[in-house]
Design a protein around this ligand. Structure first.
Ligand code: CTP
Length: 403
């Protein structure tokens, strides 16, 4: 659900062939718990009908017919009142220019003028129109006034031309919406450093020693922190996952690279969440060339890697430690005793203990079952949840510690 649950979102749809993508957006937002009120401009109605939106949002969609109806005098005020965000997607060059200059000639632009909530614009138009000086100038006027612009992206237009002007995909747009909605959240103004994934320790140019961590829990934590307004730095090993919109991403492959990056970034951080599965051992030597079978079975000598959390606890960066430090303990036996030992030795503010012995929790799956352990002996066991829900619970505890 993230930060969309029970949020009231006004979705303005203007006259572009990309209007059909707004249906998917309205559907996804509704599934994520938002209340979506759609306003179509007269040009949007040429491409799509209000009924299409009503069918996915379960709420009325409005058009200019409503503007001239009996309740017209209050409708735009009613729609703008209580809205948490006005999203205009797709937003044409024409509507951008109207918004920039305060034109109020249809229900959408009248409502936009009355809205006090943040405005997010997702432009969609032919590349030439987007590049036009006047469109760029209008967008500057809007961003200087606080509007947030998502996209457009490069691609092929309906006209057959290729350029920058396509509406960004609904899934990515939702990332932008979450980012904007989070801005005044409980972590606003806080720097949150999150590590994710399993490190890869090279044996030779093609082989690595790694582990089964998918990075999902770390990415979910980064998203949950953004949902709460945190400024997120995501230090991640290479994964197939898409980083949340708004995160600054730094790639680190090995434990050593992650160690260096975390130490240098953590001096600015208010929060450090070590969700990465960092290798405890690495090959002492990395073969310069690929090891060949004909050379016989290699004898691999291992050495210990740097312990990142320990280094942060011991303040090896020489400067301030993040205010809240959270670690993970993935255990296959003696979960709580092992975890509480780590909590103490690495001086964490709390540890997330997860039992990796069951099929539905831990590495490589969508769900997790964790227990949070605190230095004062407090213990909180969470039921089986999605990794996103686990992340939200962890972020709520972090926010409490910061407050
Ligand atoms: N960790 C770390 N640096 C390492 C290894 C682990 O910072 N070199 C962090 C992990 O990101 C995690 C916590 O320490 O948040 C516990 O990791 P884990 O591997 O479970 O603990 P270890 O102390 O390495 O103990 P062991 O592997 O022996 O259980």
């Amino acid at each position: 659900m993230g930060n969309l649950k029970d949020r009231h979102i006004l979705l303005g749809v203007t006259g572009s062939i990309a209007a059909f993508k707004a249906v998917d957006l309205a559907s996804k937002l509704t599934q994520l718990g938002a209340q979506v009120d759609v306003i179509l401009t007269p040009a949007a109605e040429k491409f799509i009908t209000p009924l299409t939106f009503q069918s996915v949002s379960g709420r009325r969609a409005y058009t200019d017919v409503d503007l001239w109806g009996g309740e017209a005098n209050i409708l735009h005020i009613g729609l703008s009142h209580g809205a948490h965000l006005l999203v205009i997607a797709p937003c044409t060059a024409n509507t951008i220019s109207k918004l920039a200059y305060g034109a109020a000639d249809n229900l959408l632009t009248i409502t936009a003028l009355a809205c006090k909530c943040p405005l997010l614009i997702a432009p969609a138009m032919d590349g030439g129109m987007f590049d036009a000086d006047v469109t760029q100038a209008n967008l500057r006027i809007l961003t200087e006034r606080g509007a947030y612009v998502a996209g457009p992206v490069e691609g092929r237009f309906a006209s057959g031309l290729i350029g920058k002007g396509r509406l960004i995909e609904p899934a990515e747009l939702i990332g932008h919406i979450r980012f904007v909605l989070g801005r005044n959240g409980r972590l606003a103004g806080k720097q949150v450093l999150v590590t994710a994934g399993g490190t890869q320790e090279p044996l030779d140019p093609v082989r690595v020693i790694t582990n089964k961590s998918s990075g999902r829990q770390g990415y979910a934590l980064a998203q949950a922190a953004i949902d709460s307004g945190g400024q997120v730095v995501l230090i991640t090993t290479p994964t197939s996952l898409t980083a949340p919109v708004g995160a600054r991403v730094i790639e680190a492959e090995t434990a050593r690279q992650m160690y260096k990056t975390v130490l240098s970034e953590s001096v600015k951080a208010d929060v450090l969440i070590m969700a990465a599965a960092v290798a405890d051992f690495r090959p002492k030597k990395t073969a310069r060339n690929k090891m060949k079978k004909r050379e016989g079975i290699p004898q691999i000598e291992l050495e210990e890697t740097e312990d990142i959390l320990k280094a942060v606890a011991e303040n090896r960066s020489g400067r301030k430690r993040p205010h809240v430090v959270v670690g993970f303990a993935a255990e296959s036996r003696d979960l709580l005793s092992n975890a509480s030992e780590k909590l103490k030795s690495k001086k964490m503010d709390f540890i997330v203990a997860n039992d990796i012995s069951s099929d539905d929790a831990g590495f490589g799956v969508e769900t997790n079952r964790v227990t949070l352990l605190f230095p004062n002996g407090k213990k909180e066991s969470l039921p089986l949840m999605s990794k996103a829900e686990v992340a939200e619970a962890i972020i709520a505890h972090i926010a409490e510690l910061l407050e």
